[in-house]
Write a protein that binds this ligand. Sequence first.
Ligand SMILES: *Cc1c(COP(=O)(O)O)cnc(C)c1O
Length: 406
Amino acid sequence: MVYTPSDSRLDRQSKLQSALPRSAATSPAQLSIPFNNPLITGRELEYIRQALTSKRTAGDGFFTQQCQALLTQQIGAKTTLMTHSCTAALEMAALLADLQPGDEVIMPSYTFVSTANAFVLRGAVPVFVDIRPDTLNLDESKVEAAITPRTKVIAPVHYAGVSCDMDSLMAIARQHNLLVVEDAAQGIFSAYQNRPVGSMGHLAAFSFHETKNIVSGEGGALVINDSALLERAEIIREKGTNRSKFFRGEVDKYTWVDLGSSYLPSDIICAFLLAQLEQGDCIIQQRMEIWNYYHQAFAALEQRGILRRPSIPADCQHNAHIYHLLTESLEVRTALMAHLKQQGIQSTFHYVPLHSAPAGLQYGCTSGNLSVTEDISDRLVRLPLGAAMTMAEATCVVEAVLEFLG
Ligand SMILES: *Cc1c(COP(=O)(O)O)cnc(C)c1O
């Protein structure tokens, strides 16, 4: 397999990475391909330095405002509030949903723990519903059967940055008067029918954790599309006080008015993030080239029934967050991962379904069978993918997979 990297890709990378020395991990002497390889785009240190020199490093400073404005525009959202993680944004969403103990939240079991934990912290019960076999997203055709008089929220997760069927989910939510909280941790700059992920639910939570597409080490944002929730969201984020109003000069002192916690990131984090957001298109493009290369390279194996590649519905524009393969069995996955490791290639599996985890058994319940979830979770493997990954590295990954399965 011979691949000639396009000049434009190399130009982009060398231009962007000149700000930082290249990591030792990419030196050819000792081949080692990390699972995650984020791109530092060049202005991160400059912005962080600016934040430090301004001596204004607490939350809601200049860079926080810049990130909020840019994200709101990029996502086509009503409002955005930066948080220190997607987990924090989900916890804010759970507070905004005003859940009472025993209220139910419909979600997939094939997701990260925070989707469930945020609601369990409020005494709510996660009701796990199966996923679609193609996108591995919440199966919208199984949601209505899970609705009871106690259901308050639907929390769809856009797995791998591929959007859920938001038209169906929003229609169900409208009919049953439910709040939709998008777990868009992986969905930055993805779209559904050309509408950005995060712009369709009442609320949406994004992550800028080191392993996501756009990074600030740790970081997150809560998007608020239902304006009725905005005032309370600001209060919850500011320790239950009306401090945001005070800063805008709308009240002459601030005080404790509601439940809340500290969900603001430092302005230093937002300085890092702003540099990333400004290069968002470039980062996605870099990832997409690797994703498309993998996809093409594994087409023949899929045709021969040896594995399954990701499946992207025609109305979804994804963001190349994950490239995963479904092997025939757990045994094949284990052996493939061992083979890759031997070649210095780091691959990873993904979630242990929440309904089968100790805390899931204690706090959650299931609706219907979760046969797709149970079937795929043992067979899914994620290949290395990152905006700073080179085409030479991707070629090594492809060759190693083909060598083992081909
Ligand atoms: C990463 C992730 C989270 C958590 O994001 P943090 O920013 O680390 O809190 C939540 N949900 C999903 C689906 C994720 O992938």
